[in-house]
Design a binder for this molecule. Sequence first.
Ligand SMILES: [Zn+2]
Length: 405
Amino acid sequence: MSETKEPLGCDTPRSAPEPGSLAWIKKLVSFDTVSRNPNMALIETVRDELGSAGIESTLTTDPSGKWANLFATVPAHDGSTQGGIVLSGHTDVVPVDGQCWQSDPFQPVVRDGRLYGRGTCDMKGFIGSALSLLPQMQAAKLRRPIHFALSFDEEIGCAGAPLLIADLQRRGIALDGCIVGEPTGMRPVVAHKGINVYQCLMRGLATHSSLTPKGVNAIEYAARLVCFIRDLADELRVQGPFDELYDVPFSTAQTSTIEGGNAVNTVPAECRLVFEFRNLPTLDAERVFARIESYARETLLPKMQEEHASAAIEFSKLASAPGLDASEQAAITQLVRALTNDHEKRKVAYGTEAGLFADAGVPSIVCGPGNIEQAHKADEYVTLEQLHSCEAFLSKLIQSLSVIG
Ligand SMILES: [Zn+2]
């Protein structure tokens, strides 16, 4: 955005030094982009601001056309758009329902050296910092391009980014590395677990509860699957694989929600359960799911169908995002380590879009302003100090990608 425009949102403080990115961040936070709401207004604003600086954006949308990803390239000084580094962030935020905020979550405000508002930390602080440095990127003689990748629906299972990545692949755009600016306190994070969320629908047969042998009790079979998932979780906990650099150093699994039955005197015809597992990147998520699915298909289903041929079990994947296990040898890892002067190996439990980029062949790393502890809560904030350090990091990144002299 142009620097003469007034930022949206509340008054800025008189005393604290203001990060140059504040106006952009406030503008982004003022859009209520809770995942259930369309993010198109935010995306169009970014597209228009980039457009006025001569940068074209490519949008990829969900089928409704109301949610969009944005990809845009600041070309190298020789005009090339291939290779280079992508700065990646999700535009959606988690809901504020039921939370008690001291100020309007979508009217960002600075208090005591902190910028408060939903998404300030996770992760519009990073996106705003990156966008605010566009003039610097354009003024630099970039040897390699810098790209922006903004996604939708990350918070509900990385639903948007795969469309963006598929579009890049379709258009033959190769990227040398990706920095995902999730809140890490501006310290590099090289690995995280994968996330896998599935629904299982058990279809039994309803009948009067005085005639149970004539029905198929979907809840009872669902309960067996719940126990199998718990046993599998226990096995992973005892047998590994392990990685002590994680808070929880093994893969986990659990049933999250369950619903079934409709009356006390009716054999339940249906039971629906949602389960998830979070795998270490060294454990193949498909093999974990295959064990659950084959128990259902080979052990439970024949028993159900013995009771009635119409019984069925249906699985559907609700969300998934692969884990990240960045190589220390990767150029992007070494670059971010050099720019932050930080060589500690950090691995985190939460998922990010970095695993998706890495799976698509783009070496990726996570590094962004703010602390994950301050995300998703009431009075979410990022400190101005973190925003300053993000801007300094990105400035150094631009310099490192520029022609010297
Ligand atoms: Zn996030």
